[in-house]
Design a protein. Sequence first.
Length: 631
Amino acid sequence: MGSFANFHKRSIEDRDSFWAEQAKTVDWEIQPQQICDYSNPPFAKWFVGGTTNLCHNAVDRHLKDRGDQAALIFVSTETEQEKTYTYKELHAEVQRMAAILKDFGVVKGDRVLIYLPMIAEASFAMLACARIGAIHSVVFGGFASHSLATRIEDASPKVIISADAGSRGGKVVAYKPLLDEAISLSSHKPKAVLMVDRHLSEFAKVAGRDFDYAQAREKHFNTQVPCEWVESTHPSYTLYTSGTTGKPKGVQRDTGGYAVALASSIPNIFQGKPGETFFCTSDIGWVVGHSYIIYGPLIGGMATILYEGLPIRPDGGIWWSLVEKYKVSVMFSAPTAIRVLKKQDPALLTKYNLSSLKALFLAGEPLDEPTAKWISEGLGGTPIIDNYWQTETGWPILTICNGVEKAPSKFGSPGKAVYGYDVKLVDDQTGEELAGANQKGVLTIEGPLPPGNLQTVWGDDARFVNTYWKTVPNRMLYSTFDWAVRDEDGYFFILGRTDDVINVAGHRLGTREIEESISSHPNIAEVAVVGVADQLKGQVAMAFAIAKDASALGDAAARLKLEGEVMKVVDNQLGAVARPSRVLFVSALPKTRSGKLLRRAIQAICEKRDPGDLTTMDDPLALKQIQDVLG
Ligand code: AMP
């Protein structure tokens, strides 16, 4: 058996001793007394009895050996800023932010919501929360007021940290009006709003509630705030993600398990070493940003690049210029970004010295073969490593662990089950395991979920159990809601979601959420949203709607007007990421006789595929209409 196969086998069969060994890569104030408590499945408690701190592991513990080494490299091609913070400087900034939070009365267990663009202060804010045991909830800056309001409502933060504006492609995107509206929509009101003023956009302050970060920072320039040791199982953060129902779920992460999982992933999966530079192009609003812009690289003693801007501005070589300048050894991006670069001059890929780069990791959505080949060849044979995971898991489920044992990649496959993950493919009807090769099943994980995975859904244990652990018949298994097959060599191929979740440019969106938003337009009676294959973004959302007053749809211009209005509603409520590419109008939607929307049939028609078995369909003309409006 190869060394990876052994490594994986030990992680499952000899779980506690395997993870006890991995736990030595992080600092503990009190050593764990028990490695895994799975006495109350599916709730797993990792490193029970141990106390630790994420910020200590990411920052303080490196001060002795690498205090003057780069920790955070902030680059904005939007505001032309570039600044490197050493570990010492990062330590000072985080303490200033922590002191400000303490002034607002934030204590261990309080929630702090972070609604910030990709600026250095976002990392200070996250680390400052971890430092004092507060639970952060970062909301992606591209989300608008309604999305933000549901998260404020659910997380009930004592403090919100935000900024006047972000910037995208040189266009200022004001955050403050969206935040003000979100707070007014939410029944929960934060005690304080800390505003990072980038002087990009004027904004109104609410007296007694809104405070200026620069002023507060000045006051605490030299304040020391020690790390608060917390139990390993203490929640470090919540991060909201979409599912089948309209209401996003707060994925709750622990502290000790997450620290150990990330610490072990840096050498074993990403082949990163202390002193090297990690460049993850995601956003801090997503799980990849949490794990591999902020916590993972820093826990691993690496420098991390936090980049605000587009991959093609000032030109399509910007990312590679950063790889050369900062000698990036590990890069992490998403297939959509590579497909965007594919449209640029290929000479930009060879313009810079990329000899420091060991591998490019891609995740978040299926990696198509032409894109993988194009980037691999363009980068002169740099390994391209697909990795498959979810907000819930916090780190990869499937990939090639080249840090454990070098293994070939296969196009179209993210690789094999990562150590710690007891992955099972099962029949969705019977729950039976599909152990043979090349059988399509639901990708599930046998409990306990490994360290770093979600503990529960914030404030809703029942939802955690019912959503993830009760969907496979006759078995208690964690469902990823992805279809997959495994080949003879143990390589998995992901075939798409089993639920109504779509993936637009690596962003996970619930079709129900978009439908609810569209339905709030006064002239929409009913709507169906489906994900449709797209060359650039992987998938896009398409909406088919029934108007309440059909006379408003007299001609093409009227339909376009209503389509524009509906898109605006989605932009304002959820954000432009959720905007459907088209909203087309019909007089009926295809449903089963029992009234269930036939989303899959609609999707098939949009993708010019056979819609399959339609015997349960109520009104065949409804599907014909979909075909007709598509033209
Ligand atoms: P998120 O929680 O937003 O990261 O979305 C997770 C979902 O994205 C997974 O359940 C998959 O459907 C999809 N996904 C993530 N990574 C990959 C990958 N490497 N290949 C195929 N699908 C992926």
